[in-house]
Design a protein around this ligand. Structure first.
Ligand SMILES: [Zn+2]
Length: 361
């Protein structure tokens, strides 16, 4: 089991962040005024699915207290035995057809088997087909009193307004670096992972507010090294140094194909994602073009400690522009073939060709 699934929060105490939503849900449950439809929206990995699972437990617990289900009442014990009792989940990313919604409707025609409510959760609802959405809409308008809907989406702007207006909106905010950092410290202790605080901070910063991304990164780092340091994190986050980019261009310019091959083998060994690698080069090229254009200055150099001097590479505007355009064109392709290193060779070859072809301006 991966770290993310292993440490999925089982109750609100373990749940990281989203305190505004915890308060709202507690308010609804405490006052027994639970809206019939919710729409949870927010980025992947911000806790939507875990929140639904905990809500399901709270909704059915007979003696929940302070957003914690008791785990001992009759209903809690029933759920322990049979996890999906009076609970139906549809993942629209797997099945978006109208037949699935029809199946769902037939499910909520009947009264709950054991509990007061039937909970229906539709994940990635924006992926449902148009017909499926309009069928669902009819039922969202006047659902039976025993039905509670929770709709989940990562793309709120794709949800038709009639659906949005019929739901209570729950905004799952990106988690802060600090929230993720604390969580990572906690988990690395439980898992006995040897790591520096700085490395965990780097992961937290890089996860863009997603707990899932942060734990996946921690997992990859763990598989690379028994001791996680910031150097290792920088390496697999593909924060390639300027010096490294310089080296690649130097080899390309000097037609040192064997060295380029060595670089590809190195990238392959370090399991660096090609699209991220390209992005690093692109960012650097953008910076070069900016300086060249506005200041007529070309900072494509590095300081060579052994020779105690600076090494320069100069490339014309046209060549920079062509390489940049080519990389932008390729980057989406490499999003699909993340680790195809043969393609990386072709990519270098294209740049090699651009660099070493005589310009005609
Ligand atoms: Zn209970």
């Amino acid at each position: 089991m991966n770290l993310y699934n292993k440490y999925r929060p089982k109750n609100m105490l373990e749940f990281v962040g989203q305190n505004h939503l915890k308060k709202s849900i507690f308010y609804f449950l405490k006052n027994k005024k639970i809206p019939s439809s919710f729409l949870f929206f927010g980025k992947k990995g911000t806790g939507k699915t875990s929140f639904v699972n905990i809500f399901y437990r709270l909704l059915n617990c007979k003696q929940f207290n302070n957003n914690l289900f008791c785990n001992t009442c009759k209903n809690c014990l029933l759920i322990k035995k049979n996890k999906n009792l009076d609970y139906y989940k549809l993942d629209a990313s797997i099945n978006r057809k109208i037949e699935k919604v029809e199946e769902l409707i037939s499910y909520f025609k009947y009264l709950p088997i054991k509990f007061k409510y039937k909970l229906i959760c539709i994940d990635e609802i924006h992926l449902l087909s148009k017909q499926a959405i309009s069928l669902l809409l009819n039922f969202l308008e006047f659902p039976p009193s025993y039905i509670k809907f929770i709709l989940l989406t990562t793309e709120l702007d794709k949800i038709p307004t009639p659906i949005v207006s019929r739901c209570i909106l729950f905004n799952f905010k990106n988690l802060t670096v600090n929230q993720i950092f604390k969580h990572l410290i906690n988990i690395s202790k439980k898992e006995n992972i040897i790591c520096t605080r700085k490395s965990l901070l780097l992961i937290s910063e890089y996860s863009n507010g997603s707990i899932r991304d942060s734990l996946n990164l921690l997992e990859i780092a763990k598989s690379i090294s028994s001791k996680i340091t910031s150097k290792i994190i920088n390496l697999f986050l593909n924060k390639i140094s300027k010096r490294f980019i310089f080296k690649i261009f130097k080899f390309l310019l000097n037609r040192k194909i064997s060295n380029i091959l060595k670089i590809i083998i190195w990238i392959k060994k370090k399991k660096i994602e090609i699209s991220k690698f390209i992005l690093n080069i692109l960012n650097y090229l953008n910076c070069l073009i900016f300086y060249k254009f506005f200041y007529n200055y070309f900072p494509f150099y590095y300081y060579n400690e052994n020779e105690n001097n600076y090494k320069y590479i100069n490339l014309s505007f046209l060549k920079l522009k062509l390489i940049r355009r080519y990389l932008i064109y390729e980057i989406s392709y490499f999003n699909y073939i993340v680790y195809d290193y043969n393609c990386l060779f072709c990519l270098f070859f294209e740049i090699y060709y651009i660099i070493n072809t005589q310009e005609r301006i």
